[in-house]
Design a protein around this ligand. Sequence first.
Ligand code: CTP
Ligand code: CA
Length: 222
Amino acid sequence: IKSNFINQKLAGKKVIVTAGGTKEAIDPVRYIGNRSSGKMGLAMAQVARDLGADVTLITTIKTNITGIKLIEIQTADQLMTTLKEYFPTTDVLVMAAAVADFKPVNVADQKIKKNDDEDIFTIKLTKNPDILKTIAATKTNQFVVGFAAETQNLLANAEKKLNSKNANVILANNVASAGAGFGVDTNKITLLQKNQAPDTWPLMSKIDVAKKFWDFYLANKL
Ligand code: CTP
Ligand code: CA
């Protein structure tokens, strides 16, 4: 049991974190996924918990983290449904999930069989809704954090997301650079806010990124 009340700076705050890549079903045994490990979101949830927040983690990743409410989902549609239920009563949303941009148009009921005379197999995809943009458009007093996963033109691309996603801040990262990409324990973040110069943080552990983010939140938005 934690008794360090002095450090419970997020006590009384409700925080939702989404984490991990969505898995878009093709058939009962296959899905379309991405390389997100969920580690950045998990760190955000863990540090918020340690600061005394009431944390709900909505994730595609199996974890045995304690002291937070865990909701396991697979697809972008399930993430959207869950957020519609939980977002109205939260104080903060950290949208770290790597939402698949597209999902199969049709999900086969049975395992798809390969066919002897066809060497090419085509899956038709349709766009997923932009969950962050949709959910954040309904915000009243919530503080919303989006991510921007880029492999090039980081600032320009992240700036566009800041202007289109209805989020209070965007945490941009180059997911193809060494030490900052998917799956590793470190990250290099540039924080973007409207009417402020971008703030680039040094390469650090994802836990330290989360600590720095919550310090930023406490310094700016309580
Ligand atoms: N996001 C979302 N719903 C989607 C796609 C993305 O909520 N369908 C969220 C992510 O969780 C992240 C932010 O939007 O917080 C940015 O995701 P990213 O993939 O970097 O940007 P996109 O808007 O999808 O644009 P693109 O992938 O083309 O760069
Ligand atoms: Ca995307």
